[in-house]
Design a binder for this molecule. Structure first.
Ligand SMILES: [Zn+2]
Length: 299
């Protein structure tokens, strides 16, 4: 059994708050069966290309130090994930650092980035974030096509509905939603509505269920509520195309019992109690994420 996590802010946490205990540690990942941990390069809370570039360089510096001093291993092809070992995959959250031109996609690909969102929560040169009305900008669609040609997965988690429509309608390679939940269960513009879930899965995409309570429900959110969102995605065609996108180290409030990677065994056990078969649990835990990358590699 391999666990893959499609989204975390472990590098941001260790860059911006080095003195706060992180959710994600190598020891915790190893102990709880995580084989592939995605590390987002976050473009920052300000819509500034310069600030995004500076922050990303600081996070890459921290990652190089973790590799050198703590033995963190980088992987660039999810097919290389191995049970009993932990490897780290880079992604981009927000694409401000790509603003100088299409060649920036090549530069980040060379650094090992294999997933990228176009926006975080503010408008930029490519698109508008969740809640906004306008679709992709022409440069945004060009950047999507360039990244797809490089086999960088397009992450729609923070994108607005019109932007998601544009990607699903105008491009052939299925995108993924690295850390999202279901709008039918929790009405939030960060969540995917049923039409997008159906279209995403029908196209061969992937969705990682986020462990951020605000997107999952009201009040105290439990592991059962996380599984309610998984159930709903499965009902919308997500069999073999749903996994986890924790957002660990990027969220302060946590799901009860799922506060860090130490909560995975309880989540997997509860999936079994809720009637999921062993092969379905293996898929949800990580196989679906790996299979998604194999699908987009064929384009
Ligand atoms: Zn996010």
């Amino acid at each position: 059994m391999m666990i893959c996590d499609a989204h975390s802010d472990a590098l941001l946490k260790r860059t911006a708050e080095p003195d706060t205990p992180p959710d994600i540690t190598l020891e915790r990942l190893l102990k709880n069966g995580v084989s592939l941990q995605t590390l987002a390069l976050f473009c920052g809370r300000e819509p500034s290309v310069q600030a995004a570039t500076t922050l990303t360089e600081r996070m890459l510096h921290v990652f190089r130090r973790l590799k050198r001093e703590e033995g963190w291993q980088q992987l660039t092809d999810p097919a290389e994930a191995r049970a009993g070992d932990v490897q780290f995959l880079l992604s981009l959250e927000g694409a401000e650092v790509l603003t100088p031109g299409l060649h920036m996609a090549d530069e980040y690909h060379a650094l090992g980035v294999r997933m990228a969102s176009l926006t975080w929560n503010h408008e930029n040169a490519f698109a508008s974030p969740n809640g906004a009305a306008d679709g992709l900008k022409p440069f945004g669609l060009k950047m999507v096509r360039r990244m797809q040609a490089l086999h960088i997965a397009i992450d729609i988690s923070h994108l607005n509905d019109a932007g998601v429509d544009d990607i699903l309608r105008s491009t052939d390679v299925p995108p993924l939603a690295s850390h999202s939940a279901c709008r039918a269960l929790t009405p939030h513009t960060r969540n995917l509505h049923d039409g997008h879930l159906k279209a995403l899965f029908a196209a061969g995409g992937f969705a990682g269920v986020v462990f951020c309570p605000a997107f999952l429900g009201e009040g105290e959110v439990t592991i059962d509520r996380v599984i309610d969102h998984i159930d709903h995605m499965m009902a919308e065609g997500g069999e073999g195309k749903v996994g986890f996108g924790s957002d660990f180290d990027g969220i302060r409030k946590k799901v009860e019992g799922l506060e860090s990677p130490a909560g995975y065994p309880a989540l997997l056990a509860r999936l079994a109690e809720r009637g999921y078969r062993p092969d379905q649990i293996e898929s949800l835990a990580g196989r679906a994420f790996i299979d998604y990358f194999a699908r987009i590699a064929r384009y």
